[in-house]
Each structure stands twice: as structure tokens, then as C-alpha cells.
Design a protein around this ligand. Structure first.
Ligand SMILES: [Mg+2]
Length: 228
């Protein structure tokens, strides 16, 4: 087996983060008497995604991003609330919601019998720790590396250097990183010089500038790749 060590991204690779986020957004709107609609939710998602891209590029801090996404959302909807309070309740609600993507539990259970699994995630420590610990996949993993705990995240080389010194036996040849994000997972694997599998369920076009060793449209395909 070429890749006995599997480095999994969490959100939208194993966890259905989109579903968790929609539920959290709805709950926050209910608490603060804000209108909830699909359009409003998509507006929030755009505010959030743009700021996370800035964060991935080192253009803003996480503290700034977390509150600013709600500040921008409120500015665009014209509604009034305390963005810090919205963020606080959003994070709490996210921590309470950890639905897995279909097939994720079966994949992890199957792979854990033959491989060592690690979770590599760019996330808020308290949220991700809460979601992971109450998730059915938790026993399948040897360890979890959360960007906020480490002080840097994917795709930075420093993040991967930390993982490599923390995991006994892990080398740049014997591991495979599996993730859905081109900007953090695949870019990170390129920066760190490790093999990667792009989980691409939506069939997005392949970018020319990144090395992608494997591509999986379904989680079941990851099982085959990991067994090679
Ligand atoms: Mg992801």
C-alpha cells in the first residue's frame, strides 16, 4: 500500500458543512428576529467565502473575519443586530451540528482498519473540537490538527511542517491528502510536496496550475485510491 497515512480535510470532505451552516444560520436568524430566506443565506455565504479566501491568502486575521462576515451581511440586508453576538451564536450552533456526508462514516470505518487517519482542518478550535468529538467518525482518527490551535493553517508550509513533526512515521511519500478545497487542501499539498486527492463531487473544472494526483467524484472512489 503506497499511502498508509491518510490526511483528511473535514468540512465538505467528510462533514456536510453546507448543511450545518444553513442550520446554524437559520437558528441565528430565529434568535435575533432576522428574516431567514435562501437568498439571505446565500448572501451570508458569499460574505463568508470572500473573507475565508482573504484569510487563506494571509490578508486578514480569523478574529476579524468571524465578525466582519456578519457586519457585511447586516450592511447588505439593511437589518440591525450586533455582529459579534451573531457570530457567537453562529459558532455555538455550528458546534452543535455535525452531519456527515453520505458514505463518510463507512469510508472512515473501512479505512481505519488498514490505515492511519488524521484530520487536517482550517477551523475555529472550539467549534471543530465540539463537532468532531460528538461525531461518529471520531474513533477512526489518530489525531486532529486544527489551524487555530497551531496558529497557522492550510495551505501554509508551516502548518504541514507541524503535522510532519507531530506524527511518528509520517513522510512526504507515504501519505495522501484528501480534500475538497483547491485553495487550502490542494494548494497546501502542492506547497508541502505531498500526494493529494481532490474530492470534487460537483465535477468542477481542473485548474492547470495545481498538481492533482488523484480526483474523486464520490467518497467511495477514495477507498479504491487509498488501497492502491
Ligand atoms: Mg473542505
Amino acid at each position: 500500500m503506497r499511502y498508509p497515512y491518510l490526511l483528511f480535510d473535514a468540512d465538505n470532505t467528510l462533514f456536510d458543512f453546507d448543511a450545518a451552516e444553513r442550520t446554524a444560520h437559520r437558528q441565528v436568524c430565529e434568535i435575533y428576529n432576522l428574516a431567514f430566506s435562501e437568498e439571505g443565506y446565500q448572501l451570508y455565504r458569499r460574505c463568508n467565502a470572500g473573507l475565508w479566501r482573504d484569510f487563506d491568502r494571509g490578508l486578514c486575521t480569523k478574529e476579524y473575519l468571524l465578525v466582519e462576515r456578519f457586519r457585511r451581511y447586516l450592511a447588505l440586508t439593511g437589518e440591525t443586530a450586533d455582529p459579534e453576538a451573531l457570530n457567537r451564536d453562529h459558532l455555538r450552533a455550528l458546534g452543535e451540528n455535525s452531519p456527515l456526508l453520505p458514505g463518510a462514516l463507512e469510508l472512515c470505518q473501512e479505512l481505519a482498519a488498514s490505515h492511519k487517519l488524521y484530520l487536517l482542518t482550517n477551523a475555529v478550535e472550539s467549534v471543530q473540537r465540539a463537532r468532531f468529538s460528538r461525531s461518529a467518525i471520531a474513533p477512526c482518527f489518530q489525531d486532529i490538527f486544527i489551524s487555530e490551535t497551531l496558529g497557522y493553517g492550510k495551505p501554509s508550509r508551516a502548518y504541514f511542517d507541524y503535522v510532519f513533526q507531530a506524527v511518528p512515521g509520517l513522510t512526504r511519500e507515504n501519505c495522501l491528502l484528501i480534500g475538497d478545497s483547491l485553495s487550502s487542501d490542494i494548494q497546501g499539498a502542492n506547497n508541502a510536496g505531498i500526494p493529494c486527492c481532490w474530492y470534487n463531487p460537483k465535477g468542477l473544472p481542473r485548474p492547470a496550475e495545481l498538481r492533482i494526483d488523484f480526483e474523486a467524484k464520490a467518497l467511495a472512489e477514495v477507498l479504491q485510491i487509498a488501497r492502491e
